[in-house]
Every structure is written in C-alpha cells, then in structure tokens.
Ligand binder design. Sequence first.
Ligand SMILES: Cc1cc2nc3c(=O)[nH]c(=O)nc-3n(C[C@H](O)[C@H](O)[C@H](O)COP(=O)(O)OP(=O)(O)OC[C@H]3O[C@@H](n4cnc5c(N)ncnc54)[C@H](O)[C@@H]3O)c2cc1C
Length: 303
Amino acid sequence: MDERVKKELSAIVEGCIQFDCPMDKHTTLQVGGKAEALCLVKGLPELRELLWYLRAERIPAMVIGNGSNLLVRDDGFRGVIIHLGGDLAVMDRNNQDKTMLFAGGGVPLVHLLHFCQQEGIGGLEFLAGIPGTVGGAIVMNAGAWGREMASVVEEIELVSMEGNLIHKDRSGLDFSYRRLSIPPGSVIVRAGLRVREEKPLKVSSMVAAFLKEKKATQPVEYPSAGSVFKNPPNDYAGRLIESAGLKGTRVGGAMISEKHANFIVNAGGAKATDILTLMALARERVREKTGIDLELEIIVVGT
Ligand SMILES: Cc1cc2nc3c(=O)[nH]c(=O)nc-3n(C[C@H](O)[C@H](O)[C@H](O)COP(=O)(O)OP(=O)(O)OC[C@H]3O[C@@H](n4cnc5c(N)ncnc54)[C@H](O)[C@@H]3O)c2cc1C
C-alpha cells in the first residue's frame, strides 16, 4: 500500500486506522498474519465513503465483527479490514413496538444480551456464549439450542460495495444453515430483531443456564473459532471426527479439542498452518471412514 493511499484512507476514517495490523489480536483463535490496514469506522457516511474509495482504488476489503468465526492465514490479508464502531455499534428499542429491538451491525452480542437482561427483553437468550457481533451473527446465521438468527431478524440495512444504503425486510432475506446470502462486499449496518417483553430475572437465568451448558460441553478455556465444520444432514461433525479417533490430535500448537471434537483450539503458539493441517486431516479421515465430505463453517481469510 503506497503512501498516497495510506494518507487518503487515514483521512476518510479520521485517523482510526492501523497499518500492518496483526490479525491474531483481532480473532478469537489468536492466529494469523497481518492485514495491510484495519479501519475502525464509526458512522454511515464514513463507511459509504470508505467503500466507495476502496472500490475505486481496487483495494480488497473485508468487514469483520469480533473475528470469532475466522481463520486468517499466516501470510495475512492484502487489503483493508473494516471494523464497525461508534454509531454503527449502538442499540435502541422501538418505543411504539416493544417487540422490536434495533441494533447496529457492530454491537457485540455480549452487550446485546446485557441490554436484554437489564431491560427485560426476551427472545435472544440463545445467543449466550456466542462471542460475535450482530452483523457477524446475521451473516453466519448463528444459532444454538435449536434457534438461529433467521428466526429473529425482521429487517436489515446494508451498505453495498458501491456505497449504497439498502433496506431489506424479512421476506427478502435468504437464510440457510449458518449463512445469509448478501451481495459480495456489502456490510450490515443495522438490524431490527423481533423480541418480547420478559422478566429481567428470567432472561438472566436463561442466559446463565446456556452459558453453564456451553462451559460444560465446549473448550471455552482455549482460544478457538467455535465449530470448525457444519453438521452434515442428520449427524454431527464432532461425533464423526471423534469416531475417526482424532480427539486430542495435535499439530504444532493446535489441537482437536478433547472436550468437543468439532473445535480446533490454539493450545499455545499455534500457527494458522497448524490449524489448516488439522482441518485437512479431520476431513480426510472422516471422508475415508464414512464417505461424508465435511463442509467448513469457519471462514478462511487470505491466500
Ligand atoms: C467459543 C465460541 C463459541 C461459539 N459458539 C457458536 C454457536 O453456538 N453458534 C454459532 O452459530 N456460532 C458460534 N461461534 C462462531 C461465531 O461466534 C459466530 O459465527 C459469530 O456469529 C461470528 O460473529 P463475528 O462478529 O465474530 O463475525 P466474524 O468472525 O468477524 O466474521 C464472520 C463473517 O461475517 C462477516 N461479517 C462480520 N460482520 C459483518 C457485517 N457487519 N456485515 C457483513 N458481514 C459481516 C465477515 O466478513 C465474515 O465473513 C462460536 C465461536 C466461538 C469462538
């Protein structure tokens, strides 16, 4: 990235930019090389200008939330990583319709749930322990305990890679298992979520129960990116990897979790290549044993 582009990017995001940004600091797996730049974008006009500029300059870009479903390769990302904050990470409740909650794409789910517990808002408790943001959870159609984002999202606003603001309501959203199809390069900036009034204590106790269950069944004590593979129809990726005898297998600093075989954890000093090697091994062994081709749930970033 040349000095002119660096200067122009800095001006657009008012200095909220880090060049040669190590992505292990921005992903829950805590691995990965550097991105050429990471921009913190705090408002809609800024985001639209940034996307327009990146497109005009033909600079690759990617928005991230909390990096909780990402594996960035050791060579990093050639381009600009966009992270939403400021006005794009606030929540507001609709006073006319108490069953709607609006949240910016950059709102961390943990803040969303905290707000729900304080305000007595039910319906989103299933998100407890999912360490993402609203935008990331919608794109990944995150879910647990039989519920998923598709069941609560009423509308979204996104900014296209040309910088246009687009509104989509529920009927125009194409959700599938762990995916929402949106135009490539677009950024979810706001969502309307269907909720219900609930006693704060009930919300808190449901959240606590889900967190307890996650702690008991998932290796939350290690850095990870959650489930590595999608569950194939009528089966579980974790069960298949476990029956292939791979629990506890290590490559470098990465390990297939002893607690939940669909989690690959960073057991200390892992490189992205260690994790990619374990992913390839799990796929190969499961394919050999069952003929099932496991599909990745996590997003691999970089070339
Ligand atoms: C310990 C642990 C437990 C987990 N448990 C679960 C679980 O129970 N269920 C589950 O579904 N997942 C789970 N996950 C995975 C992960 O937390 C979810 O997929 C989460 O929704 C990802 O959100 P994020 O903001 O971190 O997105 P990121 O990982 O940062 O990004 C994921 C994808 O979303 C895109 N994206 C992010 N923000 C936006 C935006 N504003 N607009 C457009 N695109 C965007 C990115 O470009 C990328 O393609 C878990 C992960 C961990 C580490």
